[in-house]
Design a binder for this molecule. Structure first.
Ligand code: SAH
Length: 255
């Protein structure tokens, strides 16, 4: 097994209408190496094969923010009716773990500032080292629980876009993300499988939080044809102050 990431220029182009620069490719490669090294100490990811890492971590992370990468990427009504701001935006990745989707987004969208949040200090220390090694200055890290950060005056209603992947049930993700968004901001919830029944439940949760489901996109990953969904939830009203609820409550008693 070689630990060299594939470039996949054509697939990037076909699927996201975008390609990494040589510098971004080098940063992806270094990120991959640092995660393989970090895996010896920390349980960061089971995905270590280069092709699989490319698909399930890099491509998957960036597919969710495709509208930010390419103005021409418009498979959906997302862009025409509600443009993602092209001015520097404030992003937050909640439960970033080993840095997904936040670190690939930091590498590819340099005109944003991104906060990488996780409740596990060890993971955040690991990410601090990644940011230094990759010379990424547009990201900062934060240790804490989404339930507390969402009530903090410095963070509540402070973000244009909130990303969340593999942190919990969709309604839990909605309760973590929406309080952190400015009005008009967008939550991007990454999912694998998704059903109509789940949409009904999510709609109920989101309406209590001041949001609407703007779009649910279904797609398959380009190498292994795995099913993915991205849920785009727009914040259209203030979130009531009782959300997010106390630590542990959102996941124990999902809306
Ligand atoms: N987003 C990454 C990691 C998913 S694992 C990926 O997709 O690969 C879930 C991560 O969320 C863990 O690192 C865990 O520490 C963190 N997490 C879980 N609940 C959290 C909460 N309430 N607030 C902040 N981080 C949380």
């Amino acid at each position: 097994m070689t630990y060299l990431l594939p470039e996949m220029a054509e697939i990037w182009q076909q699927t996201l209408n975008w390609q990494p620069t040589a510098q971004q490719q080098a940063q992806f490669q270094r990120l991959y190496e640092l995660i393989l090294e970090g895996n010896r100490q920390l349980n960061l990811t089971r995905i270590t094969d280069p092709q699989e890492f490319w698909e399930k971590h890099l491509w998957d992370s960036l597919r969710g923010i495709a509208p930010l990468l390419s103005a021409n990427f418009s498979p959906t009504p997302l862009l025409p009716c509600s443009p993602v701001p092209s001015a520097p935006s404030a992003l937050i990745d909640i439960g970033t773990g080993a840095g997904f989707p936040g670190v690939p987004v930091t590498i590819t969208v340099p005109n944003c500032t991104i906060t990488l949040l996780d409740s596990t200090r060890k993971k955040i220390t690991f990410i601090d080292n990644i940011l230094t090694e990759l010379a990424l200055t547009n990201a900062k890290t934060l240790v804490g629980r989404a339930e507390e950060i969402g009530q903090h005056p410095q963070h509540r209603q402070a973000y244009d876009i909130a990303l969340i992947r593999a942190v919990g049930a969709a309604s839990v993700c909605a309760e973590y993300t929406l309080p952190l968004l400015k009005q008009g901001g967008l939550a991007i919830i990454y999912r694998g499988n998704w059903t109509k029944e789940e949409t009904t439940d999510l709609q109920n949760a989101v309406s209590q939080l001041g949001g609407v489901i703007e779009l649910i996109e279904k797609f398959t990953t380009p190498l292994s044809d795995s099913i993915r969904h991205c849920l785009y939830v727009r914040k259209i009203a203030n979130t009531a102050l009782n959300f997010p609820r106390a630590v542990g409550v959102p996941s124990q008693k999902p809306l």
